[in-house]
Design a binder for this molecule. Structure first.
Ligand SMILES: [Zn+2]
Length: 538
């Protein structure tokens, strides 16, 4: 028997003990018992044994969970239903033609506008015509719409020339400023810290993405976050340079809160912007920005089609996509393809009379473009009526096209999602069963995710007909839509929804506050959420 000075022995022992913690969780190489030195006294023995017991418990629990998942997925015999869904959507999908009709007869679907209200009614009537149990979920919000804009640039007031520009949403109701333009590069914190004073009272010229030649690993921020940073450094206006060639102009919100911002924000074309950056290097330039906009309370309506669950009616799977769009074109890609896919999933559910254990709610949100207004209203409503806990999972379809796999915020879903995906590959090898776990912001899944609710959707698809550059632009029109890509979104997402609403056990629950905090930090979302004033942790 070895004789030791207990405390020294303890310290010495703990280091190898820590390493063994890992080892224990792997169970196969449990050494501590054999290494337990009798001289350390029974205190140490008790400590070691209870810790070992704890890890054994943890290991048993995670193995049990894994087994149930594997067993559950093994028990998920959805092939027949998947085949039915596949056949029906391939033959009878109405997504393409109904989107075509909407873009030709109504046009854009800006929330709070006459078009927006028509689009809400059109969606309601369409779902009704499919036989769905459909309802409006009205909400009242501050909304914004553009009116007039003029941007002139020159070396002085006497040599101003007009430049093509669009207003970014939530710019002031009225603004008329003339000031020097200062190049703010990518518009990130780092771009200001060198000379913060330089931007006070000036108009900040900001590149929408990350400029070529920027330090490796430079991560861009959303245009609203870049505008917030410029405001913080005292800029009186913001000119954002779009990243798309051929003078394409982009709109979208410049507000992180969905409320009016104190300074005017506009977008100019890539070529104009890069030429302006060059000019400023040799000759200072001023800009005169004059605009008027509408801002006020409006009524809008989410459209909700409900399929009540059989065994677990109080467990709900929310399947959403925003119906609203910006007003520069008809929003065919953003988000015609997502929202009309969601309506066609509901059509398929009704047509095939699909029964699910859990309740499924297909939701067409309005107000997404103006700050996730409809999805925030939906979540607030469930909080008010005490049904938030019923939402077990949220699938979001925003510009989803021809998915090749599934994504989710929760990596623990991998086994189930890929097990179902493998069944889909048997039906169509065009589906690649890709899997992605991770989280981002700025779409309707966000209000659900910030309540700890697991989210997901399609993954790995490409936007059709090189439509990416026309995002939020005057080029986002129906000719960009691909019919088969849309059908693929409908059929694979209907299968995912059916499986999620029927699988015996969903292996993830709602994250608690600390778990959610750690998760959001792990996804690098703390900074953008802090800028948006949505980081509630101390
Ligand atoms: Zn969108």
């Amino acid at each position: 028997m070895l004789r030791y000075d207990a405390s020294a022995a303890m310290k010495q022992m703990l280091v190898p003990w820590h390493n063994s913690l890992f080892r224990v969780s792997g169970i196969s190489n449990v050494q501590p018992e054999s290494k337990i030195n009798v001289t350390a006294g029974n205190l140490y023995q008790k400590f070691v044994l209870s810790a070992a017991k704890l890890n054994v418990m943890k290991y048993l629990f995670s193995t049990a969970l894994l087994c149930t998942t594997l067993l559950a997925s093994a028990q998920d015999k959805f092939d027949d239903v998947f085949a039915k869904i596949n056949a029906d959507v391939q033959q009878n999908s109405k997504a393409y033609q109904t989107l075509k009709y909407e873009t030709e007869t109504i046009g854009h679907r800006l929330t709070g506008s006459a078009n927006g209200a028509k689009a809400e009614q059109y969606a309601f009537d369409l779902l009704k015509s499919y036989g769905c149990a459909v309802r409006f979920q009205p909400f009242e919000v501050e909304s914004w719409a553009r009116k007039t804009i003029s941007v002139e640039i020159g070396k002085d007031k006497n040599s101003l020339t007009k430049m093509k520009a669009v207003t970014l949403a939530h710019s002031p109701v009225k603004a008329d400023i003339t000031s020097e333009i200062v190049d703010a590069g990518n518009g990130l914190e780092a771009d200001y810290q060198g000379s913060p004073e330089k931007f006070k009272g000036k108009i900040a010229l900001i590149y929408l993405g990350v400029l070529p030649g920027s330090p490796a690993g430079t991560k861009s921020l959303h245009r609203s976050e870049k505008t917030a940073i410029a405001t913080k450094y005292g800029a009186t206006g913001v000119i954002i340079i779009n990243t798309v060639k051929n003078g394409v102009l982009l709109t979208g919100t410049a507000s992180v809160t969905g409320k009016l911002i104190p300074i005017p924000a506009v977008c100019i074309g890539l070529e104009d912007g890069m030429a302006l950056k060059e000019k400023i290097k040799s000759q200072s330039q001023i800009a005169h920005i004059a605009m008027t906009n509408f801002s006020g309370l409006i009524k809008a309506r989410n459209v909700v089609a409900t399929f009540k669950g059989t065994e677990l009616p109080k467990d709900k799977i929310v399947v959403g996509g925003h119906l609203d769009s910006w007003d520069l074109a008809t929003g065919a890609i953003d988000n015609g393809i997502g929202s009309f896919a969601v309506m066609d999933m509901a059509r398929t559910f009704k047509k095939l009379n699909l029964k699910t254990k859990r309740t499924v709610e297909f939701v067409l949100f309005m107000g997404e473009e103006q700050g996730l207004l409809g999805s925030k209203a939906y979540v607030e409503r469930t909080k008010k009526d005490g049904t938030l806990a019923q939402v077990k999972f949220m699938l979001n379809y925003d510009m989803t096209n021809d998915p090749k796999g599934f994504s989710t915020s929760r990596t623990e879903m991998k086994d189930l999602f890929t097990a179902w995906g493998a069944d889909i590959v048997k039906i169509d090898t065009g589906f690649k069963n890709l899997f992605n776990a991770g989280a981002g912001l700025h779409s309707d899944h966000q209000p659900f995710m910030l309540e700890g609710i697991p989210t997901g959707g399609g993954f790995g698809g490409k936007l059709p007909n090189n439509s990416g550059p026309f995002y939020h632009s005057d080029g986002d029109s129906f000719k960009l839509v691909d019919e088969q890509g849309l059908k693929n979104t409908v059929r694979y997402s209907t299968m995912l929804t059916y499986a999620l609403a029927n699988t015996p056990k969903i292996p993830v629950g709602v994250q608690g506050e600390e778990e959610l905090r750690a998760f959001l930090e792990s996804q690098n979302l703390k900074e953008p959420l802090t800028i948006a004033g949505e980081w509630r942790w101390k």
